[in-house]
Design a protein around this ligand. Structure first.
Ligand code: IMP
Ligand code: MG
Length: 174
């Protein structure tokens, strides 16, 4: 089956939105330093662009997580595959995600990272599929709310492909 990518959000719309998010974060953290924590690999493209739009001092770190166990039904548990390099002690942390689906990943990370002596912790996601949420989660910065469709581009993959697309698209199998 051939895969076709249908554009959902254009490169310009994504870039404009990231600029807005960066401006908002810069206002909210006036006089402070923001510590951006990106969730690999998906959030990496978004996080670098976002960091460029933030005008207060920024430090960055990355971590990699995966869902526990096989099967089609997620256990809701998440495993840290690559932990952060730096301590979170006393930092104003913003967790940066590409997309929130069930919310389980961020729900888990919030619990774990809060215990590391953070000054504050907030969530920023480029995309959100609210219909899919199974856990309660407060998201502070959201780029776009999208319908329940599988998207790629801007860091997000389908079978490790399409991360490099500069726009966001929906995978259609033909
Ligand atoms: P959650 O724990 O269910 O919220 O899962 C979020 C993670 O699932 C994201 O960080 C992505 O890695 C992945 N994901 C969810 N929906 C999509 C999608 O439409 N395209 C690509 N990855 C997705
Ligand atoms: Mg991800």
């Amino acid at each position: 089956m051939a895969e076709i990518i249908r554009e959902l959000i254009s490169e310009k719309d994504v870039d404009d939105k990231i600029r807005e998010l960066g401006e908002q974060i810069s206002k909210d953290y006036e006089g402070k330093q923001v510590h951006l924590v990106g969730i690999l690999k998906g959030a990496s493209f978004f996080m670098c662009e976002l960091a460029k739009r933030i005008t207060v001092p920024v430090s960055i770190d990355f971590m990699s997580v995966s869902s526990y166990g096989g099967g089609t039904v997620s256990s809701g548990r998440v495993k840290i595959v690559k932990d952060l390099d730096d301590s979170l002690e006393g930092k104003n942390v913003v967790i940066v995600e590409d997309i929130i689906d069930s919310g389980r990943t961020l729900n888990y990370l919030e619990k774990v990272l809060r215990e590391r002596g953070v000054e504050s912790i907030r969530f920023c996601t480029l995309l959100d599929k609210p219909e899919r949420r199974v856990v309660d989660l407060h998201v502070d910065y959201t780029g776009f709310r999208i319908p329940d469709e599988f998207v790629v581009g801007y860091g997000m993959d389908y079978d490790q492909k399409y991360r490099n697309l500069p726009y966001i698209g929906v995978v259609e199998l033909q």
